[in-house]
Design a protein around this ligand. Sequence first.
Ligand code: GDP
Ligand code: MG
Length: 705
Amino acid sequence: MGTPLSHIRNIGIAAHIDAGKTTVTERILYYTGKTHRIGEVHAGESQMDWMDLERERGITITAAATFCAWRGHQINLIDTPGHVDFTVEVERSLRVLDGVVMVFCAVEGVESQSEAVWRQANRYMVPRLVFVNKMDRVGSGFLRVVAEMHDRLGANAVPIQYPIGEADAFVGVVDLVGMNAYVWETGAAHVGSKDSRDPATDAGLSRTAIPQQALAGAEQLRMNLLEKLAETDDLFMEEYLDGVVFPEETIRQRIREATLAGEIFPVLCGAAFRNKGIQPLLDAVVDYLPAPVDLPPAIGIRPSTGDYISRSPAAEEPFSALAFKVASDPYVGKLVYLRVYSGTVAAGTPVFNSSRDAEERILRFVRMHANKREDVGRVSVGDIVAAVGLKHATTGDTLCDAVDPIILESMMFPEPVVTIAIEPRSRGDLEELMSGLKKLTDEDPTFRTRYDRETGQTVISGMGELHLEILVERLLREHRVRARVGKPEVAYRETITQASEAQGRFSGESRGRRSYGHVVMKFEPLPQGTGFLFENRQSGADVPKEFVPAVRTGIEEAMNSGVLAGFPMVDFRASLTGGSFDERESTEMAFRIAASMAYRSGIADAGPVMLEPIMIVEIFSPEEFLGEIVADIGARGGNVAAVEDAPQGRVIAVELPLRVVFGYSNQLRSMTRGRATLTTRFSEYRRTSASVQQELVARLRTGAG
Ligand code: GDP
Ligand code: MG
């Protein structure tokens, strides 16, 4: 019943926004018989972009997983978004997928975002195919895009197809391995009919001899292909030089091996919107991208010893899987997407969450097709499925066999550095707001929320302005929250630089009852990234054990806002060293308040400072603008960390505070007439200078008042 492991392909489709990822995915679903009708992105009826918001904006926000079949193979497919704010979606896809189809636009070529994704994929060493889309557009240039891949990406891009005709006259492609042509009908009358139930595999396609017009070009590129393959293998090289005529199968085998090794990137072309080029792309996915068995064993640690261990991609190994996405589903509740790395497990059996040291039960497994689902009874190595019933699991957790546990290498998520304040319109909206926020933070590890008691505001933080804008819209629409929303701000933090001691004493009346609590606290700075630690260093004679949790809670609530400008306090230890209580009057509430009073005065005495996110900005620019850009960066107070030669220009790496990065890309564009592009990523939190701190505190105080 199950598909053999060699016949599974776990692939992602990635590209710059608008290059045509969603359109390509739609066509793949159509030709594999998964859907019987093609939804157009521009008509707002794409199957993958199923959230209302995505339909309206015509862009892809969440990675939707689906699967389909081609030539007896099962292809698990993830459509990933292109915008840098959703980089976490790309990151987690790359972590669990085995191969990627990169889509480039034949007119725009290699754009900045595809460059960023390409480098991410390099980091994970993911084998890739390239599909040069939109060959039907005026100004398309297949060979130009191939040249750009060499220049800008340093990628050994090797065409395995040659286009027949261009722009309006683009009719098909030559397969450089078989040296025959694929020609598609124009007009594409076969798609879009609602009652079509025929298998669509060959719809509109005929295989013919190579037309005269494409012959010379195809022969030249075939030579290039064989030469490139010869460079990757000595034996092949010898035979090539000896003039051996290679059978098709040998060439395909060599392309496969070189692609899996990352030595070449096969390049195909087509026009997804015109239904041209999809079937050979599917063939190439099956022929050249890896099956789970082609991968090295998954690495992890044994929880009991901390030793490195590994799991081979085999059904006989103990079960292990990585949770890479959590979504909330209106019908079944929490859905946890899993990639199975070894072994097999049936629905209904207990599994072990080794990351949380907890027993869990998976009630059902479902395969997702956009927002529809299909039940599966048992999952096995190589599968990508969603699990229902997991209580504890979050993104990055390992689920495994309790008898032989492993914690798989997780993934790195960048820090959320931009914030927006959000307030319910009325008290009645508060609950909706809280439950909506809870669901969204469960889904997205780069989205966080915190409640600021002082201002009564809820502050949400994320990766960038667009990221938050989309989350706010989903909150307002999907979760029907009525709320007022502020402007995007930098997510500053506060910390302390020296130790201090302070007391807090609450003695008063609440609900007609006397209430008493008194604490002595010590505050100490901790290394960056440590977060918050709490310690009880008194015997219980001063503050009885049952009130200690209330003291901790009091600090935790208070540290949501620092004493300088109300930003969260991080990287410090609060120790309870003494205090007093009253047999009859002491209450938890009194100790909570006493703790927050001690926090206020203690932190103010501990040399508080502000921290701000520092970004690494990589600017790609033609040589001629280099001087001007470097001078401008200096004026903004940035340090140029490195300038490197890049094909057709230079790459300048700069560290800049996020507050300076806001709006910088527009500035850069106008300074270089759009020739320079930039990507940013979070580096670390760093102390602001005293003058910047002063300025910020003053501005934020007046802003808040
Ligand atoms: P994504 O942002 O990468 O998912 O791109 P979409 O699939 O949403 O496509 C962006 C736009 O390009 C849409 O308007 C598509 O209809 C259009 N498009 C996609 N493929 C082609 C193509 O092959 N030719 C032309 N001319 N337009 C295309
Ligand atoms: Mg899309």
